[in-house]
Design a protein around this ligand. Sequence first.
Ligand SMILES: [Zn+2]
Length: 114
Amino acid sequence: MATGGNFTPENSDELATIGGMIKHGTIVTAYCNMCGASKLANLRKLQEHLGDAGTLIDRHPQCWRKKCDGEVLFHAKPRDRSTPSRPLVTVKGQVARFRRRGDRIDRYKALRNG
Ligand SMILES: [Zn+2]
């Protein structure tokens, strides 16, 4: 754990900002929670939209597949170490995410019972 110990969204320059991720060569993958699609995130393109100080932590854009209603979760891993890939979420973000998911489930239940 010596090298990867602080590789968490809260305190790592390799994860905190898009500029930092590009500088460190962090490998970022986007996963969709609904259709299961995954792909490497294009950090340069994200940098154009969000800037160097932009972050992917707790950001969940809609799936890139046109017909999918799922939301994306970003995972990141260092290029040069064997540290496992980490989801780019904070505890607070995760709570908000589960709450949203609960809302979705309620919405679907309401549709079924209607
Ligand atoms: Zn999807």
